[in-house]
Design a protein around this ligand. Structure first.
Ligand code: ZN
Length: 81
């Protein structure tokens, strides 16, 4: 699921920053998509006016379709059971 949003104030104010800055809007898109789909959704900003793009775009995917990274806490490495 993709959403295009124009004229987001934070992105507009930070034109030229070089990184996506509208994480709060990604959260809004995730919340709306979650309500529509009835399940958890992850969302990330793939284009942003702060990176020089002409508009901000957000890509949302079902949490159930997204592989979760495995995490090994640093202090658990090299321990013997
Ligand atoms: Zn943006």
């Amino acid at each position: 699921m993709r959403a295009v949003v124009y004229n987001i104030p934070v992105g507009e104010a930070m034109r030229g920053y070089g990184k996506p800055v509208d994480a709060y809007m990604a959260g809004c898109v995730a919340g709306i998509a979650s309500l529509i789909l009835g399940e958890g959704v992850l969302c990330r900003e793939t284009k942003c006016v702060a990176m020089g793009d002409e508009r901000c775009e957000f890509e949302a995917s079902r949490l159930s379709d997204t592989p979760m990274p495995t995490h090994t806490p640093a202090n658990s490495r090299n321990k013997t059971a």
